[in-house]
Design a protein around this ligand. Sequence first.
Ligand code: NAI
Length: 681
Amino acid sequence: MEKTTMEVGADGVAVIAFTNPPLNLLSSDLILGSFKEKYEQALRRDDVKAIVITGSNGKFSGGFDVNTFVGRRKGEEPKPGYISIDVLTDIFEAAKKPSVAAIDGVAFGGALEIAMICHARISTSTAQLGLPELQFGLIPGFGGTQRLPRLVGLSKALEMMLMSKPLKADEAHVLGLVDAIAPQEELVMTARQWALEILEQRRPWIPSIYRNDRLEPLGKAREILKFARAQAQKQAPNLQHLLLCIDAIEKGVVSGSRAGLLKEAEDFQKVLHSHTCKCLVNVFIAQCATSKVPRITDIGLVPRRVNKIAVLGGGLMGSGIATVLILNKYYVILKEVNEKFLEAGINRIKANLQSHVQKGKMPEENFETALTLLKGVLDYENFRDVDLVIEAVIENVPLKQQVFADLETYCPPHCILASNTSTIDINLIGETTKSHDRIVGAHFFSPAHVMPLLEVVRTQKTSPQVIVDLLELGRRFIDCAISKFGMPMGPFRTIDLIGFGVFAAVGVQFLKSFPERCYKSALMQVLLEDKRAGEATRKGFYLYDIRRKASPDPEMTKYIEKSRSIAGVTPDPQLMKLADKDIVEMLFFPVVNESCRILDEGIALKASDLDIASVMGRGFPRYRGGIMFWADNLGSKYICSKMETWAKKYGDFYKPCAYLAERAAKGASLRAPVEQANSRL
Ligand code: NAI
């Protein structure tokens, strides 16, 4: 139940607390209802001299519930607009009684904006503070674009907002966003003292909106803003709200904070009703829902502790998986078939860690310590006390079956036996063992240490405990045109990166299992015959220089013509005139079709999981909401009719599946109802 409580102490300080467990999420009803009422009461009461604002149960507040922005809070009608907070801000800033925020846990979004209106902020050493609104297609709408730069300087404020990057308490203290750090048990007491000291003029009493001491001089500020605008346009050319946020900040810097606040309010209304906001909120809510599995995560099982993990195979995937585990401080055993491959695997892990250091994601001095967590082996002797094995050997059924039979012999009975296979049925891999309840798929995406997605594939016999354990493991380390359309790279560049060897093996499995769902092209085979195997051989669909920069190869025409003559097809002149939109649709509608099939078959639990898989595992643009959200916006009817036309011209690969055809006939959504989520802003 969301509410606001107030207690007035003998010292004359009123402590007002947001209470809406677990994250004390805010809503317009809470802020303009009980919070405003308590605050005004505190201003009216003669026995109250000063005010402390805090949150109950060791959390300040995770900010506004994102469901409010898309009108999805239970029992609530969508709100026509945001809340008219300005009234409250004016009351705060004109008040004759000072207020201090006491922050434990998190102060995100609207909650940090409230804290910044206060005259001071005291936090615990573990608190985190941030304005992640841009991540949801919004901009701060409660004065954040004006107050944050005035507290931490323009450069830092831009970084925090544009990258949705929170500050830890110690940095926030150094920068001035937090005025003092106090132990948790003394937090509210320290905030009370500060409030009284401000009242007694022993500490400054200047609302942050009037401060200019931390803002860069105008000339420098203009340079910083120009650079930020150029970066935003380069990195996210399709995202308008980033530029609107910069515009609002600039207005405040150039014309003063009042003008900036007005611009912020105006732009906030624009972004609040944008399609981008709906898409990004969908991804966030879908992501929250991935860890909820009916009859598995709701039956009270507690994840077991996993300390030591073995990875089988030090190739592309095994080395990436070992890297992500090491980065998350797990002790890792890496097994390979011989010294040469083992050394190559360890070198790949070292290179992955080095690139982390170079990108500033890991301090250089931690590199050697990280490596001490890794042990390379050639046999199973060290597997006797492992808690989890992740198999990433070559995609070959008899080999994987033999490996799992060996694992059953050497690993302790509690050990989870997981396979990273892309295409092989997990039941088949474990067929010759008696360990069906602990065999599971743990499918990472390439490159594993970069892509924040772990797909947990269960069989009928996998025990709920094993699934809960793996979900917890994933949660711990995954916190955490096509390029015009917003994909990080197109399909040919992706295949070059993964390598033709893996792709051909995967293709063979797919063709064997689902011939009607595959499009068989001779092109890759033709390229492989000429020793073009992708980026690793510096020749694939593209040519690669020594720094792995891709350039088109005029020779490709020759291979395409050969492939066409093998298949006996002549080029369709219409295909030569395709617009970008048509290319995107021809590439992604079959993906939508396949997504519908696996939903129908129950392979994927819910449509929102497919949104997350596409965003996290394949780089589908987050601001388009995920593959199924995107598809639903186009409409099942439209997609189905396009697919039917292409099926007539280009074959059954494009034929709409039963699920898609049925939904299209009814004009119905392709997605199951999406869950409510514990969401923050
Ligand atoms: P890879 O060929 O790069 O590496 C496989 C490694 O396994 C080789 O170094 C090989 O020496 C080693 N190996 C073979 N038998 C072994 C044994 N008995 N014990 C220990 N090591 C052994 O292959 P890659 O790409 O790493 O793929 C591995 C698995 O991951 C496959 O099942 C694949 O389907 C899956 N996968 C691949 C993805 C990709 O993008 N490459 C993505 C997701 C999953």
